[in-house]
Design a protein around this ligand. Structure first.
Ligand code: NI
Ligand code: MN
Length: 228
């Protein structure tokens, strides 16, 4: 069994695992960092980490076209119900569920979660996925550094996806500290260089991470993928 993670720019990810197609925070329309289009991307499942527009993105239209099941926290899942999304699955922080693609747990994230129309979006989340062959993938999405990342690290992380953009999320220095807490085998940086406000040099960050930790950094261009 293989698992393939594609970075579509910003915090938008694709995962193919055990024959299932997942999209995470599918922000294509208006995303200056992506070359992909909301009209062409396939999904069986869509995961939404929090309510901000650059994460809710094109979820409603992609779910309508593909019939994908949308998974998010309780408040956002209910909001998608009111937006005409037919299939939603609410979870919440600390709660896991065995989906066809693997065991998905929502993790803590330090961030906001208001929805684009001002509705309350509950608490923001990260995702900890255990694939059907036992690989652990932590997708932090938007968060600041928090010490309980070490608890997530205790699970034995094969791949961590971390924001490094600063300003809205962890910057490079805190993301390096996050790697030390998470102890992943591989780390992929996201949520940078979408706009000038979150401009970062991923190569110098990778050099620092690889000199100070055991983790291997994989820098993807938008549209490129990493195979676990
Ligand atoms: Ni956000
Ligand atoms: Mn964001």
């Amino acid at each position: 069994m293989t698992t393939k993670l594609t970075w579509y720019g910003h915090a938008t990810l694709g995962l193919e695992t055990d024959g299932h197609k997942l999209l995470i925070d599918p922000f294509f329309s208006g995303n200056p960092a992506t070359s992909a289009s909301a009209d062409e991307t396939e999904a069986d499942f869509i995961l939404v980490s929090h309510g901000h527009g650059d994460h809710v993105g094109d979820t409603v239209s992609i779910a309508a076209r593909t019939g994908a099941l949308v998974i998010s926290n309780f408040e956002i899942a209910n909001w998608f119900d009111t937006q005409g999304v037919e299939k939603t699955h609410p979870q919440h922080l600390g709660g896991g569920f065995q989906h066809p693609f693997g065991y998905l747990k929502l993790t803590l994230a330090l961030h906001g979660s208001a929805l684009p129309d001002g509705s309350y979006g509950g608490n923001p989340a990260g995702f900890l996925l255990t694939t059907n062959d036992g690989k652990k993938i932590y997708m932090a999405q938007d968060t600041g550094l928090f010490g309980d990342m070490s608890l997530i690290g205790d699970e034995g992380i094969d791949l961590a996806v971390l924001p490094i953009g600063d300003n809205f999320t962890m910057g490079p220095e805190d993301a390096l500290r996050a790697v030390k807490l998470l102890r992943p085998k591989v780390v992929i940086p996201i949520h940078y260089n979408t706009w000038d406000l979150i401009a970062q040099n991923p190569v110098s960050w990778a050099d620092e991470v690889q000199s100070e930790t055991q983790a291997k950094v994989v820098i993807l261009e938008a549209g490129e993928h990493f195979q676990l």
